[in-house]
Ligand binder design. Structure first.
Ligand code: FAD
Length: 488
């Protein structure tokens, strides 16, 4: 039997548009596919609970898709740097292929590549996670862009990106070495889904109810549905949390079940057929561009969740207040749009982008609590918790990021709610205890007249909290705090 090529699946849990898998097939050798669940290596940030839940579904679907092609996915758990050389040796591999990652895990990959190549193995890495590799969209002086708009303009000038690669139809399978039997684990043994207590009911209800489930097949269902139903009108409606107007592809992209190039090409096809206008296409393309931009930041700055990109913020007089942090986490701040967002997050493992900005601004500005506390909560509760997008999003809102929102911009949760949830539908869905309030006060219940509160069955401080801060006072406190770091 010919020596096999190994394909190490990481954040690329798909068979389509997978350059490493395609190269393995093209080698003409039998292929051995494996994934290492690694929360032991110091370079790897252990996944949060919701993302672990998602990963289970993504791996199950990848395993099915490989079996349909006559192959199998083998699973291991532990530090990749110890496990991968053992798999290589026991399988008597001719080559090892993988698709690239862009965070600190690159150090693991670089060390492994060197060590295995020194031992005579062919080791190759491929692009695939991003539209364009970091370093391929550079400014005129050959440096990385620090601001999104020129970055995106330059990226779009390279479009269209190469056509996505087709999924292989058959994948000749390499025998699994007996010596690895004791080392390999089953998906259930990874225990990625919660058991006692099983807190994932809301996630299942949200993500398993229709055809668009976790995994590559679900990702394509979701992309198809989005392009045919919601891409037209996206530019106008994407900011409305009360509408189902965005793609909800983020967790699929996070785990590499689908590539941004596949998403762009599906949108381009709709544009070419005149089913969407240029504004809607450009708007969607820009959001995909934000993802590449965040990954470029991760690539150039190193881990983004551990430190301020703008070190002026190292001196920020953050407050520590566990009670207020807890009220924010549980959606009990007394500000309806903030509470709606935090409850959506807890239930669905997802939150609309506009509301992510509002709740992040509320935590870092109204409560003056460190963005790291919010980022960590999102990391644990989002199914799409992403090592680039999550900390970049938080630092952008907090003001400490590369291309940050100006620090003095403090979202007003009432006017944001009124603008983007004008009928209060989003708030009524997630904060049912105030659903009976009229639209006029749904985003500011403390201004409701006593008879309106009574008619709606709302007793502030009893069945819905009074606001935990006074907006104007909190705003002033945040501005004063920013003044102190500005003077440094
Ligand atoms: C504080 C904060 C934290 C965030 N944390 C995450 C996170 O952990 N994971 C994550 O994927 N996104 C994160 N985002 C970005 C954004 O909110 C989500 O990508 C988006 O809401 C996902 O919904 P969608 O797939 O329907 O988006 P769509 O509007 O359909 O956009 C399509 C895709 O573009 C990408 N995208 C959209 N907006 C952004 C953005 N602002 N930055 C980077 N990529 C973007 C996503 O991959 C998304 O799936 C965060 C934003 C903020 C403000």
């Amino acid at each position: 039997m010919a020596q096999p090529v190994l394909v190490w699946f990481r954040d690329d849990l798909r068979v389509g548009d997978n350059a490493a898998l395609r190269a393995a097939l093209d080698s003409g050798r039998p292929v051995l596919c494996f994934h290492v669940f690694d929360d032991a290596s110091p370079e790897i940030r252990p996944l949060g609970g919701a993302a672990r839940w998602w990963l289970h579904g993504a791996l199950a679907n990848l395993s099915d898709n490989l079996e349909k092609r006559g192959n199998r996915l083998h699973l291991f758990s532990g530090a990749a740097e110890e496990l991968v050389p053992r798999v290589v040796a026991e399988a008597d591999a001719a080559a090892l292929y993988w698709n690239r990652r862009y965070g600190p895990e690159r150090e693991i990959d670089a060390r492994l590549k060197k060590r295995l190549r020194d031992d005579g193995l062919e080791v190759k890495s491929f692009p695939g996670r991003l539209v364009y590799e970091p370093g391929s969209v550079l400014n005129q002086s050959g440096g990385h862009y620090k601001v999104f708009t020129p970055f995106n303009r330059a990226a779009v000038a390279h479009d269209p990106p190469p056509e996505p690669l087709r999924a292989p139809r058959d994948l000749p399978r390499a025998p699994f070495p007996r010596a690895l039997d004791d080392l390999s684990v089953t998906l259930n043994e990874l225990a990625l889904e919660p058991r006692t207590p099983d807190w994932a009911g809301g996630l299942r209800e949200t993500w398993e109810a229709d055809a668009a489930k976790r995994g590559e097949d679900g990702a394509h269902e979701r992309l198809k549905a989005f392009v045919s139903r919601h891409l037209s009108g996206y530019a106008r409606e994407r900011d409305r949390p009360d509408f189902d107007a965005t793609s909800r592809l983020s967790a699929h992209l996070r785990f590499g079940e689908i590539t941004p190039r596949q998403a762009i090409h599906a949108a381009l096809a709709a544009r070419a057929a005149d089913r969407v206008d240029a504004q809607d296409y450009d708007s969607f393309r820009a959001e995909i561009g934000w993802r590449d931009f965040s990954y470029q930041l991760l690539f150039t700055h190193g881990p983004l969740h551990t430190r301020n990109m703008n070190d002026q913020f190292d001196a920020m007089p953050w407050r520590e207040d566990d009670a207020e942090l807890h009220a924010w986490q549980r959606g009990r701040t007394g500000f309806p749009v903030v509470d709606a967002g935090m409850r959506q997050l807890w239930h669905q493992g997802f939150m609309h982008n506009r509301v992510r900005m509002i709740v992040a601004s509320f935590l870092t500005k109204h409560l003056l609590i460190h963005w790291k506390a919010g980022e960590a909560w999102f990391w644990d509760t989002l199914v799409d918790a992403d090592p680039a997008n999550n900390p970049a999003g938080w630092q952008w809102v907090a003001g400490s990021g590369a291309d940050a929102q100006p620090y003095y911009r403090i979202f007003n949760p009432m006017t944001q709610g009124e603008k983007f949830d004008p009928e209060g539908d989003y708030v009524r869905r997630w904060v049912p205890e105030i659903a009976g309030l009229p639209n006029r006060v749904i985003h500011r219940p403390w201004e409701a007249k006593p008879d309106a509160l009574k008619a709606a069955g709302v007793v502030l401080g009893k069945n819905y909290p009074k606001p935990i801060v006074v907006h104007e006072d909190a705003r002033k406190r945040a501005l004063d705090a920013f003044e102190t770091i500005k003077r440094r």
